[in-house]
Design a protein around this ligand. Structure first.
Ligand code: SAM
Length: 171
């Protein structure tokens, strides 16, 4: 069944654990919910136990360029409606700006900045876009999890950072 605790869904939890153990590097989780897999966790909801309670974007900005050599678990709200539900539940206002595409793309830009070559990003959502080729990532694995009935499938995308030089030159 679908669950807001994504990594409690059997095959997804198995994939995340398997990928995490492939690397000794630093793993971070900017939208951790109750998950404790990563070395450093963050969630905006103060009711949730995590290392940091910040906007994911600000959490990522704490890291230096290419500091992340393990990976990033990227499991944000999947739609504008889910963003509004989270924000309403913790008493934060939403506006058109809060729920537009930059909610996801600004965070992906930061993920690009902090990941070193070889780092892995595991993205969950309703599409397989992940962080993307244009940000220097190569897709290695996709897990499609159907939940039955009219529920959306959960799509898990695993990508590795393959290219950083070009971006260094441009900066
Ligand atoms: C899909 S859930 C993550 C579930 C988690 N991976 C698990 O397996 O339990 C998304 C989480 O993102 C948090 N969240 C939503 N907007 C956020 C933001 N702007 N910054 C940080 N966390 C946010 C929510 O509170 C929610 O716990």
């Amino acid at each position: 069944m679908p669950s807001s605790a994504t990594f409690d869904i059997g095959p997804i939890g198995d994939l995340v654990t398997e990928e995490y153990h492939k690397s000794d590097g630093l793993w971070i989780d900017p939208y951790s919910g109750g998950a404790t897999v990563a070395d450093v966790t963050n969630d905006l909801n103060p009711e949730i136990e995590s290392d940091y309670t910040m906007q994911a974007l600000d959490f990522l900005k704490q890291y230096d360029d290419r500091e992340i050599d393990g990976g990033v678990l990227f499991d944000p709200p999947y739609s504008p409606r889910q963003i509004k539900e989270v924000y309403d539940s913790i008493g934060l206002e939403t506006s058109i700006e809060t729920t537009q595409a930059t909610f996801w793309s600004d965070v992906k830009d930061e993920i690009e900045r902090v990941c070193s070559s070889g780092a892995t990003v595991i993205s969950c959502g309703w599409n397989s876009g992940g962080v993307g080729k244009t940000r220097g990532f190569e897709r290695r694995r996709i897990l499609l999890v159907p939940h039955g009935g009219q529920h959306n499938d959960t799509i898990v995308t695993v990508e590795d950072r393959t290219r950083t030089e070009l971006f260094e030159f441009v900066r």
